[in-house]
Design a protein around this ligand. Structure first.
Ligand SMILES: *[C@@H]1O[C@H](CO)[C@@H](O)[C@H](O)[C@H]1NC(C)=O
Ligand SMILES: *[C@@H]1O[C@H](CO)[C@@H](O)[C@H](O)[C@H]1NC(C)=O
Ligand SMILES: *[C@@H]1O[C@H](CO)[C@@H](O)[C@H](O)[C@H]1NC(C)=O
Length: 387
C-alpha cells in the first residue's frame, strides 16, 4: 500500500507521465489491431474484386454504375430518332469549333432506313428584324415538313416573333459579322452547320432580310430540289475586281486560274454544304490573304467549290439583283418602285439553262427590297408572286 502511495506521491509527474505513456502504449496496440483488420479487409476485398473481374469481366463492375447515369438518355439511345429528328432547340451551347465538327458527320450508307422527305433550309443572314417577314409567312404557309428556317442576326438583337410565326425560335447562336470580312463567311458557315444538324435538309439557300421569293413555295421547292446543280453565281473576272484581288501567297492551294468571283447569295446541296463547313485547307489562305480590298465573301466559296466540285455548280445565282445603276452596291427598291412594270422586269425576258435545258425561270428570289416595299409587294403578290 505504502509503496504504492509513495510511489504514486513521489512520482506524480512520472506516474502521470507513465499513465500518459501507458495510454500511448495501449493506443498504438489498438490502432495496430484496427490497422491489421483494415488491411485484411482491404486485401480480401481486392481478392474478391480481382476474382469478380476475372469471372464476370470488368463490365460487371461498370454495369453496376449504369443505372445511375443512363435513365434520361434511355429513350434516345434505343431508337434512331435522335439521329433523324432535328434539334428541338436551335440555341445550343456548342462553340463554332464544336458545331462545325459535329455538322460534318456524314452517313456512309446512301439509302436512308426511314422515309426522308428532303427539305430546303432557308438561311437568313440579317442584322436584326425581318421587315418582309409577312411575305415569307404567307409563302411558307401550308408547307410544313418541306422547309426549315435559320436566322443569323447580330448577337445583340432579340427576336420577338410570336409563337405562331414560322420564324419563332429559329435564331441560331450568332456573332458579329462584317461585310467583306472573314467573319461574314464564318456566319455563313455557322448557318450551314446548324442547318446540317437536321439530316432532312438537302438544299441550303442563303437569303438576306431584303430578299423576297418570286414564286409560290411549290414552284420554288420543285425548282431547287429538282436541280442537278447548285446555284452559286461563279465567274472568272479578269479585271481588277476579279483576278486583280488574287494574292500569289495563296499558292499552292489556290492558283490564279482557279480564282473566281461570285454572288454571296448562294444555294448549295448537302454535299457542297459539308465541303464548306469542313474546309480547313482553303480557309487559312483566304483568311490571311484575302482582306479588303479583296472581299472574301465574294471569292472564298466560289473559288473553293470551283476547285473541289466545279461539275456540280450551275455557275449562276438564284437571286435576282439589279446592278444596272452602277456603284459598289446593287439597287434597293422601295414602295414607289414596285409597279406592275417593274415586276414584269423580274419575270420576263430571262433565259438560262436548267439541268442543261433552256429555261425562262432563272431566278426564284430577288433583292434588294426596303421595308417600304412591303405593302406594295403584299398587294401584288397574289397576281405576280403566285401566293
Ligand atoms: C404555284 O404556282 C404554280 C405556277 O404558277 C401553279 O400552277 C400552282 O397551282 C401553284 N401552287 C399553289 C399551291 O398555289
Ligand atoms: C496555275 O495553273 C496554270 C494552268 O492550269 C498552270 O499552267 C500553272 O503552272 C499553275 N501555276 C502554279 C504556280 O502552279
Ligand atoms: C460551271 O463552271 C465550271 C468551270 O468553272 C464548269 O466546269 C461547269 O461545267 C460549269 N457548270 C455548268 C452547269 O455549266
Amino acid at each position: 500500500m505504502q509503496l504504492k502511495v509513495v510511489h504514486m506521491e513521489e512520482g506524480k509527474d512520472p506516474i502521470a507521465a507513465s499513465r500518459v505513456g501507458g495510454q500511448t502504449r495501449v493506443l498504438p496496440q489498438r490502432l495496430l489491431h484496427l490497422l491489421v483488420l483494415f488491411l485484411v479487409l482491404c486485401f480480401s476485398f481486392s481478392i474478391v474484386s480481382i476474382y469478380m473481374i476475372r469471372y464476370f469481366g470488368v463490365n460487371s463492375v461498370v454495369t453496376s454504375w449504369k443505372p445511375i447515369v443512363v435513365p434520361c438518355n434511355h429513350e434516345q439511345a434505343t431508337t434512331l430518332d435522335q439521329w433523324i429528328e432535328p434539334p428541338s432547340n436551335l440555341m445550343h451551347k456548342m462553340s463554332d469549333e464544336e458545331l462545325l465538327w459535329r455538322a460534318t458527320f456524314v452517313p456512309r450508307v446512301n439509302k436512308y432506313p426511314f422515309e426522308r422527305v428532303p427539305k430546303i433550309a432557308f438561311m437568313f443572314l440579317t442584322k436584326g428584324p425581318l421587315p418582309l417577314a409577312p411575305i415569307w409567312e404567307r409563302f411558307f404557309k401550308g408547307n410544313d415538313g418541306l422547309y426549315s428556317i435559320y436566322i443569323h442576326s447580330l448577337p445583340t438583337f432579340e427576336a420577338d416573333f410570336p409563337p405562331g410565326s414560322v420564324f419563332y425560335k429559329r435564331q441560331i447562336p450568332s456573332q458579329v459579322s462584317e461585310w467583306g470580312r472573314m467573319s461574314m463567311c464564318d456566319a455563313e458557315r455557322r448557318l450551314l452547320a446548324n442547318a446540317l444538324l437536321d439530316i432532312s435538309n438537302e438544299r441550303f439557300v442563303l437569303l438576306s432580310e431584303s430578299c423576297i421569293p418570286l414564286y409560290n413555295f411549290t414552284t420554288i421547292y420543285n425548282y431547287v430540289i429538282g436541280s442537278k446543280y447548285s446555284f452559286m453565281g461563279v465567274f472568272d473576272d479578269p479585271g481588277p475586281y476579279g483576278r486583280g484581288r488574287y494574292n500569289g501567297n495563296m499558292l499552292p492551294e489556290v492558283n490564279i486560274s482557279d480564282w473566281r468571283k461570285g454572288s454571296q447569295w448562294f444555294e448549295v446541296n448537302r454535299k457542297l454544304a459539308i465541303y464548306i463547313v469542313e474546309d480547313t485547307k482553303f480557309y487559312p489562305k483566304f483568311s490571311e490573304f484575302c482582306r479588303p480590298a479583296c472581299y472574301v465573301d465574294e471569292h472564298y466559296f466560289p473559288t473553293m467549290l470551283t476547285i473541289q466540285a466545279s461539275s456540280l455548280l450551275a455557275n449562276r445565282s438564284l437571286t435576282w439583283v439589279d446592278w444596272s445603276r452602277g456603284g459598289a452596291h446593287p439597287a434597293t427598291f422601295g414602295g414607289s418602285d414596285i409597279t406592275e412594270e417593274f415586276l414584269k422586269r423580274l419575270y420576263e425576258g430571262h433565259s438560262c439553262l436548267y439541268n442543261g435545258q433552256p429555261s425562262s425561270i432563272c431566278h426564284v428570289f430577288a433583292r434588294k427590297f426596303s421595308p417600304s416595299a412591303l405593302q406594295a409587294l403584299f398587294l401584288l403578290a397574289p397576281k405576280f408572286l403566285g401566293f
